[in-house]
Ligand binder design. Sequence first.
Ligand code: BDP
Length: 750
Amino acid sequence: MWVPGGMMEHVALPRPPMRRMLPLTLRRGERRLSRRWAGRVLLALLAVAGVAHAEDGYALWLRHAPLEASVATSYRGQLGDVVAPDATATQRAAREELQRGLSGMLGVAPRLHSNAFDGDALVLGTPDSNPVVAEMEGALASLGGEGYLLQRRHVGGRVLTVVAARSDIGVLYGVFHLLRLVQTGASLDGLDVRESPRVQHRVLDHWDNLDGYVERGYAGASLWDWHTLPDWKDPRYTDYARANASLGINGSVLNNVNADALSLSPMYLEKTAALADVFRPYGIRVYLSARFSAPMELGGLATADPLEPAVRQWWRDKADAIYRRVPDFGGFLVKANSEGQPGPQDYGRSHADGANMLADALAPHGGIVMWRAFVYSHEAPGDRATQAYREFVGLDGAFRPNVLLQVKNGPIDFQPREPFHPLFGAMPRTPLMMEFQITKEYLGFATHLVYLGPLYEEVLRADTRARGPGSTVARVVDGTLHGHALTGIAGVANVGAGRTWSGSHFDQANWYAFGRLAWNPDQSAADIARDWVAMTFSPDPAVVGPIVAMMMGSRQAAVDYMTPLGLHHLMARGHHYGPGPWVDGGPRADWTSIYYHRADRDGIGFDRTASGSNAVGQYAPAVAREFGDLSRVPEDLLLWFHHVPWDHRMRSGDTLWNALVQRYGRGVRYVERMQRSWDALEDRIDAPRHRQVAAFLRIQHDEAQWWRDASVAYFQSMSGLPLPAGEAAPPHPLAYYEGLRFPYAPGDGR
Ligand code: BDP
């Protein structure tokens, strides 16, 4: 029945939990149930009812849906009573999670003891809080402050399942891991799991404005109700913290990188402190995006020059004031001299001057600066893809030890597919932090089912060759490549106040995948998807298999129907919603699509080889040779790096023109297949979620078709070539697509 470490072989089909499984559990157990147990079952029923009746996505992957009865009985027998300390807020959080999770999944609330208990038991603790764990101190030594151990131990005739760590937060993480094992049907026999995070700062960046609007957010308004804070601490803040802790996310930047200085005012710092209080038991520190000109806006200074003593003093005082309210404040995230934001260059100073000033103010308190390398200025001529490298690479080694340089995964801007950013591997003396986007600004917003796990995985596994083969981006990020202890990874959050948190059921998977990869960047996107599906929908292989299959190809499908073969940035003007390969004119060349695709009668693509912008020259020589060589460049990046004629021969032998049109069609057909797979799951998924996903897939299909038709119509107007056999002509003339307007596309910057 149990498959070690994997899915269960024979799991009953998912069922409406309250109707079938729980009464069965009761009947079977009746004889054994004392009054006390009956009371606990009732409690569990009530706890489960709250979750099970509301299949609206709110419970995320923490639904703790009831397991099939015999499975539940087996786990109950294996785990026994629970011995867990309850002296600190984090210890209580761990107990509550266990209680909630096991009640939901096993149908019975576990018996909790805070100290000694004689029978078989599930034991939680640190060396300080539990004597069994105290004896394991040697095994815990190398776990670090956040790691944990899950172990089956035979101690004096008792069988103990131990969740041990050196800190309370490690224990909480271990509890979430154990609950995941139970929910996904893993065997506990011979349980022996050692985990510690590979990356130190695992952070969500919220692009939330103080007025509640979320830039590039597709899940409703901001979670933070600044107006009612600090007095009203919405229970949702706790659920947010629980969800993050279940993944090991340990930081939250509360406000948009396009920052409002007001976030640093005393009134807002009180509100930030209230959120920090809610998050603290879950191991989450708060950070703020700092507006570089705040000393002028809030402090009335005439300058924000980072070398000006009054400015430096202002930031020191500000840091002191923040730490008085939030003693474990994480630090600042800064977007400077990019897209019109103020920064040190306004005063002829460098990024390092700016970052170091803030780092000096935070250092006495242990805070860090996450300085963004996303710089994008119209004053800097040349290929936009090369700007960050040009501005930063010469500053390697110039930053204080508490500065991380936060680099987007690719050199342009969260496109459906980009090569990895050339700064990874190129600044050995500076810790580089990864910035992924979880919210799908360029990937169909919340309505397109696009699982980002494969995108993250592709980037993390890319080989920078900085120190020979195996110099992966993951090893830059986890610090092992260049020996940095300070490490970080950030995801631009996709959560909002909408009931599903992420705007759709499937976008929750992107939050989930980001968190799991932040903990261990070498995990596989497919394994993560399997866990997510098992917890979010059902561990039934007949559910997990098809859904994981849908998810794993979904990102490539979006690339295909939006920007295949290395095309990028072809969105219509003013929003990032629909196709606009025809966009030209306006104030800046690099705000147009034609700048990026460079299509004309003869060919298409951006020449970034030595004969073009030479962006390839920013990569390590081995990578530059591969990307720069038409015969070796991955075809998925062909038009990113090369301008080629329409009749360029692909490796298949077909022409580029045919391949391009076929890719568009392939993307649309993938969505059709996802629709069919999803329809076939109708009896296995609860109706509310099934209905919404089906509707969103219809939207996705229509929009994929629209992308395909508009793009094919436009590129055909350039190439003048006939469509390959079997590819239908777009139903409308190009002018129709060009004329479509979407003034209120969600997520637009304001
Ligand atoms: C772009 C977004 C813009 C952000 C910017 C950034 O369109 O809203 O402000 O990135 O990362 O992707 O700062």
